[in-house]
Ligand binder design. Structure first.
Ligand SMILES: Nc1ncnc2c1ncn2[C@@H]1O[C@H](COP(=O)(O)OP(=O)(O)OP(=O)(O)O)[C@@H](O)[C@H]1O
Ligand SMILES: O=P(O)(O)OC[C@H]1O[C@](O)(CO)[C@@H](O)[C@@H]1O
Ligand SMILES: [Mg+2]
Length: 328
């Protein structure tokens, strides 16, 4: 039986990701279209705790589809991990009679949503919004496409300098635990090698590859280092390599937070719109504790539990093998 939902709140949490605004717009307008009172929570779970919950109408989300970041702001909120914090958040939702919550965020956001939903019986729907692309059940997470395009634009520019000066560049990209950006940006920028958090690549292996390149007349090289790689970030890896292989003039670039902002790509605007629309419709159908995601070209639901536990599949080892072949 369909539940009689009257009030739905939406929040963004964890790192901001391009496309979050397109998604907020879709959530708010789909709710209003269906006669639901819509609320926006500021600063993720922090706003639930501090009662920063405001009514939203169709015009509250005008002219935002092209904007990066999130108009609802976001936060990493430690208090929400405590029983006291969750209880406060629940009281503030109850006071407004909010009977459905759409959370847009990454694995941490979903972990919080799962605990919150189970503890208080809140109806929760998740939208995968993170540049890390580290959730099972959606081929792509919101923001990943824009982020990787930002990354390759930067690497292309660095390649001009690497080539002109015959240099070896170590470029660090985001992804504390997820090597998706690193692997895909290595392929699309034609990098010589990539170091990932999920996979051990020994320095011996890396150095021998660079030596082979130098001996076959490579005049410059680019190595992508994921920030979460076990040998340290790009500075650390570059230092260790330089001690044993000094063929090129070596430089390091940390791309850092320029990877997360910026106007969303068309892909992320469409994805955000589709997932936001679907999230509200799923809540209205009576579904809860699920994530809406894109599989193939269809929007499908996956339980939040599964989205969190099965994400490791994403790093295809055949792609890593391919980068080795294509960079000889
Ligand atoms: N175990 C947990 N219990 C309750 N809340 C949690 C838990 N883990 C994370 N959260 C909440 O979710 C928020 C966002 O998590 P996190 O900082 O890991 O980002 P994320 O959603 O994974 O996004 P991204 O990785 O893209 O930055 C945390 O700041 C916290 O408020
Ligand atoms: O901006 P912060 O809080 O330093 O977070 C950085 C982390 O967030 C992410 O960008 C994901 O949003 C990770 O790839 C990165 O490790
Ligand atoms: Mg995360």
């Amino acid at each position: 039986m369909k539940p009689n939902i009257k009030n739905i709140a939406v929040l963004t949490s964890g790192g901001d990701a391009p496309g979050m605004n397109a998604c907020i717009r879709a959530v708010v307008r789909t709710g209003i279209y269906n006669g639901i009172n819509m609320f926006g929570v500021l600063q993720g779970y922090q706003g639930l705790i501090s009662n920063n919950i405001n009514p939203m109408d169709a015009r509250s989300v005008s002219n935002i589809i092209h904007l990066g970041g999130t108009i609802l702001k976001t936060a990493r909120c430690l208090e929400f991990k405590t029983d006291e914090g969750m209880a406060l958040a629940y009281e503030n939702m109850k006071a407004r009679d909010i009977d459905g919550l759409v959370v847009i965020g990454g694995d941490g956001t979903f972990t919080g949503a799962k605990r919150f939903g189970e503890k208080f019986g809140i109806r929760v729907m998740g939208v995968p919004g993170t540049i890390d692309n580290d959730l099972y059940g959606s081929d792509f997470t919101l923001g990943y496409d824009t982020a990787i395009n930002t990354v390759i634009e930067a690497i292309d520019k660095i390649r001009d300098t690497a080539d002109s000066h015959d240099r070896l560049f170590f470029i660090e990209v985001m992804g504390r635990d997820s090597g998706c950006i690193a692997l895909r940006s290595a392929i699309s920028s034609g990098a010589e090698a990539v170091l990932l958090p999920e996979k051990e690549t020994s320095l011996n292996e890396l150095i021998s590859m660079l030596e082979t390149g130098a001996s076959t007349k490579k005049t410059s090289s680019i190595v992508i280092v994921s920030e979460g790689h076990k040998d340290g970030g790009a500075y650390e890896v570059a230092k260790k390599v330089k001690e044993r292989f000094n063929h090129y003039d070596t430089k390091v670039t940390i791309l850092g937070h320029l990877q997360r902002g910026g106007s969303p790509s068309s892909f992320d605007r469409i994805l955000g719109s589709r997932l936001g629309f679907a999230a509200v419709n799923e809540l209205l159908k009576g579904n809860t504790m699920e994530m809406v995601g894109l599989r193939g070209n269809e929007v499908k639901t996956t339980s939040i539990e599964e989205a969190l536990t099965r994400h490791t599949f994403k790093l295809e080892s055949d792609l890593l093998e391919m980068t080795k072949v294509l960079s000889i």
